[in-house]
Every structure is written in structure tokens, then in C-alpha cells.
Design a binder for this molecule. Structure first.
Ligand SMILES: Nc1ncnc2c1ncn2[C@@H]1O[C@H](COP(=O)(O)OP(=O)(O)OP(=O)(O)O)[C@@H](O)[C@H]1O
Length: 381
């Protein structure tokens, strides 16, 4: 892996920094276009409550998120906060109830045909369970070659073979001859996840949506897969959305952290800023329950301290204000009686949906003009 110091464009941060993220700090104030973007996206599902009554599940409740080439953005939050819904939205498995998705700055309106195939090629999903996502009856060579053949039919047989080997090499599975003629069942979970990543790379994607890619792996190999994603950010300039429950692994890997609660990104900023100066009480709670990243780094094993009072969030009621208020240690009456504003740091791209920022001199209320409001994920520095 390239050393973090080499990666970081911010020398003061590079010195002594142990994690592998680049810690982008600034505001998204130039004109780099995100490769993938969600603007004020809501996703509602129809469901039933415990009494069998029809309810509306607000899986996403006004999400702004932008992914940039060569940047890893983590989505962190507890179960049910809406992380997978965002991945499925970007993978076009779900459609927004309202709001807009953009690819390379253009609204996504694909409805089958070439445009949809091109989109699926550029935006690849990596699943939690590498075993379920690979056909256990096919050799690794066949699994990867099949994708290459579909997308690059002119390569010819020798070209396809060479490309399959090259992709395994990019996923650090060397010597490739050791793996090409084996079956997924012959491999460890970590090796299978590497094959899944190699297959995703076969189409030269611009975005990888990695939905808890290490949660089903042994602790000892989680770090290998995180480091591979980190390397791909550099070598392929791919945009990675990394979904996790574990803020320590987000700290280790990502440039940006987006904290989700109840279908909203309640706080977002550079990894450095979220870790060193969190504002939202929920982010503080997550951090206080997280393991020390140095321990994570040493063993590859995150330790999950349960968060006290981890009641599942009620995302079925149409509330005013903050869904975290009933768990919040510093809640005020206006948290549930007034609309929740977005506050933005005057120094960098840190944003937070919480009244705690109102009296903080480093924060100002974000403009309500969405066309001028940068989204929740800053471009890389
Ligand atoms: N297809 C669906 N139909 C109905 N409700 C859904 C559907 N998909 C998600 N939900 C609901 O939307 C909310 C957000 O779910 P989502 O899976 O996105 O959360 P998550 O943060 O990814 O959770 P986890 O970490 O457990 O995967 C939850 O209340 C979930 O029950």
C-alpha cells in the first residue's frame, strides 16, 4: 500500500498520521463535478406497523450526498438508518420518491437500453457476502472472464485471459496462476471478496458502492480488504462509497465521513474534522462507543461496544425536527417543535443538522437556496 504520507496532499496531517485516509479539509468551492450525486432525495416505502396498520417508512428523508473520483466517502450509522437504501438508490435498484440523482452532473433518467448498461458498468456494487455474490460452480477464471467478454467482446480469447489475470493482480491475488483455476469454495472469505472486487473492476467502473464489504470476513483479513479499497482509490481514481456500522473503520479508510440517523445525513465532513470536532450528539455517541483505531489497525479487529439506549429509530412518523431528540442527552424543546436547519462550518465543508451548532462561532446557517448549497461531501483536496 502507498504510504499515507505519500497520499496526503495536506503535509501537516500527513506527518504522524497512521490512518490511510487523505483527510480532505476544504469546502467544495471549485467546480469539480461529482461523479455521482443525490440531491434532497427521499425514499418512502409502504409497510405495516406492529398492529398491522399501513404506515409510510421514510427510509431516506432529504439526503444530499456527492461522490468524487479518487475519494472514499463513508456512510456510518446504526441499523435501519438508511445506508443500504442509498447504495440501492445509486445502483438504480430503488427509485427516489422525490429528489434527484445525477451522474457526472447530469440527471439520471435511464430506462433500459444502452444508457442503463453504461450506467451499470460505471457504478458497481460490492456486497457484504462475497460467497453469495460469486457462482460457486465456476472457476475464478470463468467468473472474471465472463464479465470481460460481455463488456469487451473484441478482446479475443487471449486478450480476455490476459485481462482476467491482470484484474486478479490488481486485487493483489498473486501469483494469479494460483487462483485462476480454483473455485470460490477453495478460497477464504477475504480472497473471495478480492475476487468480487476484481470482477467489479473488470468493467473499469468509476464508482464502487461497497456495502459493509468486510462485515462477514474474519477479523484478521478485514484490514486487507480495506487496504485494497484504499489502493484502488489511488490507482484507479475510483470513487468509493464505503458503508459501515463501524466509525473506527471509516476513520481508518475514508476521506469523508457521513453520519446517518433516521434516513438523514445528520453530520458530514472530512474524516479529520468529524473525528476531532464532532458537533452532533449522535456522532459523539458513536465515537465514544468506537474502538481506538490504533487497536483496529493492530489486530484488524474492531471491537463493538454497544451504544447505550440503542432503540431502533422510528422512521414511520411524520415528525417536525430531529428524530434523535428522544435519545439526545442535550435535547431542547425546539429540537422537536421547529424545522431542523442545516449548519455549515465557515472553515471547511463540515455540515451538521443540529441546533448545537447555532451558538458555535465556527458555524453558520446554510443557505436555503439549494442551487448554491454545496452537498454533503466535499471534493478531494
Ligand atoms: N424494500 C423495503 N421495504 C420496506 N422497508 C424498507 C425496504 N428497504 C429498507 N426498508 C426500511 O428502510 C429503513 C432503512 O433501511 P436500510 O436497509 O437502508 O438501513 P441500513 O442503515 O442499511 O441498515 P443495516 O445496517 O441494518 O443494513 C429501515 O427502516 C428499513 O426497514
Amino acid at each position: 500500500m502507498t504510504s499515507p504520507a505519500h497520499r496526503s496532499p495536506v503535509p501537516e496531517l500527513a506527518r504522524g498520521q497512521e490512518d490511510c485516509s487523505r483527510r480532505s479539509l476544504g469546502r467544495p468551492d471549485d467546480d469539480e463535478v461529482p461523479v455521482l450525486e443525490a440531491r434532497d432525495v427521499h425514499v418512502h416505502f409502504h409497510g405495516t406497523d406492529s398492529h398491522g396498520r399501513a404506515v409510510t417508512i421514510r427510509a431516506l428523508d432529504g439526503v444530499d450526498l456527492a461522490l468524487y473520483p479518487g475519494q472514499i466517502s463513508a456512510l456510518v450509522g446504526e441499523s435501519g438508518s438508511g445506508k443500504t437504501t442509498i447504495a440501492r438508490l445509486f445502483a438504480l435498484i430503488y427509485r427516489p420518491t422525490s429528489g434527484e440523482l445525477l451522474y457526472d452532473g447530469t440527471p439520471i433518467r435511464v430506462r433500459g437500453g444502452r444508457a442503463e448498461r453504461a450506467y451499470y458498468r460505471n457504478v458497481q456494487l460490492i456486497y457484504q457476502d462475497p460467497f453469495a455474490s460469486l457462482n460457486g460452480l465456476k472457476k475464478i477464471r470463468t467468473i472474471i472472464s465472463r464479465v470481460v467478454k460481455i463488456h469487451f467482446p473484441r478482446l479475443g480469447r487471449a486478450g480476455i485471459r490476459a485481462r482476467a489475470a491482470e484484474l486478479l493482480e490488481r486485487a493483489n491475488m498473486t501469483p494469479t496462476s494460483r487462483y485462476l483455476d480454483r473455485y470460490p469454495t477453495d478460497l477464504s472469505g477475504g480472497q473471495r471478496q478480492r475476487v468480487a472486487i476484481a470482477r467489479a473492476l473488470a468493467v473499469n467502473p468509476k464508482v464502487l458502492l461497497a456495502d459493509e464489504p468486510t462485515s462477514m470476513l474474519d477479523a484478521s483479513i478485514r484490514l486487507d480488504v480495506l487496504n485494497l479499497l484504499s489502493d484502488l482509490r489511488e490507482s484507479e481514481k475510483v470513487a468509493v462509497m464505503y458503508i459501515t456500522h463501524d466509525i473506527a473503520s471509516a476513520r481508518y479508510l475514508s476521506d469523508r465521513i457521513n453520519v446517518m440517523y433516521g434516513g438523514k445525513i445528520i453530520e458530514a465532513g472530512s474524516t479529520e474534522s468529524i473525528i476531532s470536532a464532532p458537533v452532533h450528539p449522535y456522532t459523539k455517541l458513536l465515537l465514544s462507543a468506537a474502538p481506538d483505531p490504533a487497536r483496529y489497525k493492530g489486530s484488524g479487529k474492531p471491537t463493538h461496544e454497544p451504544i447505550a439506549d440503542s432503540r431502533p429509530v422510528d422512521n414511520t412518523s411524520d415528525i417536525r425536527g430531529c428524530r434523535f431528540a428522544d435519545r439526545c442527552p442535550v435535547a431542547m424543546p425546539k429540537c422537536t417543535s421547529e424545522d431542523l436547519p442545516l449548519f455549515r462550518s465557515i472553515r471547511d465543508s463540515h455540515t451538521v443538522h443540529c441546533w448545537q451548532a447555532e451558538d458555535d462561532a465556527d458555524y453558520e446557517r446554510a443557505s436555503s437556496d439549494r442551487s448554491r448549497t454545496p452537498t454533503n461531501s466535499a471534493k478531494k483536496e
